[in-house]
Design a binder for this molecule. Structure first.
Ligand SMILES: *[C@@H]1O[C@H](CO)[C@@H](O)[C@H](O)[C@H]1NC(C)=O
Ligand SMILES: *[C@@H]1O[C@H](CO)[C@@H](O)[C@H](O)[C@H]1NC(C)=O
Ligand SMILES: *[C@@H]1O[C@H](CO)[C@@H](O)[C@H](O)[C@H]1NC(C)=O
Ligand SMILES: *[C@@H]1O[C@H](CO)[C@@H](O)[C@H](O)[C@H]1NC(C)=O
Ligand SMILES: *[C@@H]1O[C@H](CO)[C@@H](O)[C@H](O)[C@H]1NC(C)=O
Length: 330
């Protein structure tokens, strides 16, 4: 616990010591030294599996396995899933489109591909077919604390697949979705094909309309699967501005803007963030920076990244939020 509390102190210290920036100056958070993988093709999905049972990896230099999808028109299905182990990338599934994993301690990784669901076999660095369905899957998300996996098919429908991959149910209230994510309470947030804004179908099946505020006219929206400490909400970027969208349909604009338009993100793990831009994967190892500053090592860090972390922590479950902020009262 002390480590977590000290970290929250450091985050606050980092936020307070942020450099003062004029509105016209823009420093990109995407810097060459943060690149951990690069390809000539676009990266369309990334997953750093979360482990909600611990914030701190046993070995801090232990970079988690990162699953990502490269879009390459020459391949069967137009894409391929790789796993990055250390600094080496291994091909796992040609025709694979997206990866997902539980938020909890179950380390099973699932893939959605041009011909259905697969399960990762870490021993052989390969994928094994999971269940009988052969849908052409664009995106998938593992539910929290249930065996359900939600998929977005090429017909833009969302299905729930349960019972060891054997039962498939159409989510009828969603007519057409461009993309979707689940929050940690298994509410579905999706961008609808017609109006291109977020909509919500709650875990109980009820439909929630996004509450727009005056002046909002988003051109480019990207939903993010939330960090494991977040509850009843998901982050999204709209024209480069970070928002938190709550399951009641309201949203909150955060003081964070990026000019770039990453093609994929994973913030699942909370303190180890990755984003893909122009075929490169950038890592933001918040943990390492926090620990270095705890031990007095001054590190230069784009202050903006701390804003993302603060936004995540602010929308965490009450208990987690208290853990992280308690230190301020002492
Ligand atoms: C990468 O994606 C961008 C934007 O969608 C597209 O214009 C570009 O052609 C893609 N590049 C490759 C190599 O597929
Ligand atoms: C994880 O979940 C899968 C599917 O429910 C199950 O087959 C597997 O045994 C679980 N693994 C662990 C380590 O609990
Ligand atoms: C799930 O399906 C696989 C493959 O058909 C089978 O080997 C396994 O026993 C099933 N597991 C459960 C828990 O039903
Ligand atoms: C997952 O669901 C369980 C049970 O509803 C809940 O206690 C937990 O906070 C949720 N989130 C994560 C990240 O496990
Ligand atoms: C929606 O939920 C958020 C977060 O729980 C809360 O702050 C807000 O007041 C709620 N808005 C309404 C209209 O209920």
């Amino acid at each position: 616990m002390w480590l977590m509390l000290s970290m929250s102190y450091c985050i606050v210290a980092l936020v307070l010591s942020k450099d003062i920036r004029t509105p016209n100056s823009y420093t990109s958070i995407f810097r060459e030294e943060q690149v951990i993988f690069s390809s000539v093709f676009n990266i369309t999905s990334i997953l750093v599996p979360a482990d909600s049972t611990k914030y701190i990896p046993a070995d801090i230099s232990d970079i988690p396995s990162i699953f990502f999808t490269i879009s390459d028109p020459r391949l069967d299905g137009g894409s391929c899933i790789y796993v990055l182990e250390g600094l080496a990338a291994y091909e796992v599934l040609e025709g694979g489109r997206d990866s997902t994993a539980d938020y909890g301690s179950n380390k099973t990784i699932y893939f959605g591909a041009k011909d259905g669901l697969y399960k990762y076999d870490a021993e052989s660095l390969s994928a094994k077919k999971f269940g009988p369905f052969k849908d052409d899957i664009h995106q998938l998300q593992k539910g929290n604390n249930t065996d359900a996996i939600f998929i977005l098919s090429s017909e833009r429908k969302i299905y729930k697949i349960e019972k060891n991959g054997t039962i498939k149910t159409l989510i009828q209230s969603i007519l057409c979705a461009v993309e979707f994510v689940l929050d940690t309470d298994n509410n579905i947030y999706y961008i609808s094909c017609d109006d291109r804004i977020p909509h919500i179908v709650r875990q109980d099946g009820s439909y929630i309309r996004y509450v727009t505020t005056a002046g909002e006219d988003f051109k480019d929206i990207k939903l993010l699967r939330p960090a494991f400490i977040m509850e009843n909400c998901v982050p999204f970027f709209a024209d480069g501005v970070l928002y938190i969208l709550y399951s009641n349909g309201t949203s909150e604009k955060k003081d964070f803007y990026i000019r770039e338009r990453p093609s994929a993100y994973s913030v699942d793990a909370t303190l180890y963030l990755v984003a893909a831009l122009n075929g490169k994967i950038y890592e933001f190892n918040v943990m390492e920076v926090l620990l270095k500053s705890m031990f007095g090592v001054v590190s230069r860090w784009p202050s903006d990244v701390t804003k993302i972390i603060m936004s995540i922590i602010e929308s965490a479950k009450d208990s987690v939020y208290k853990d992280w902020t308690n230190i301020l009262d002492h």
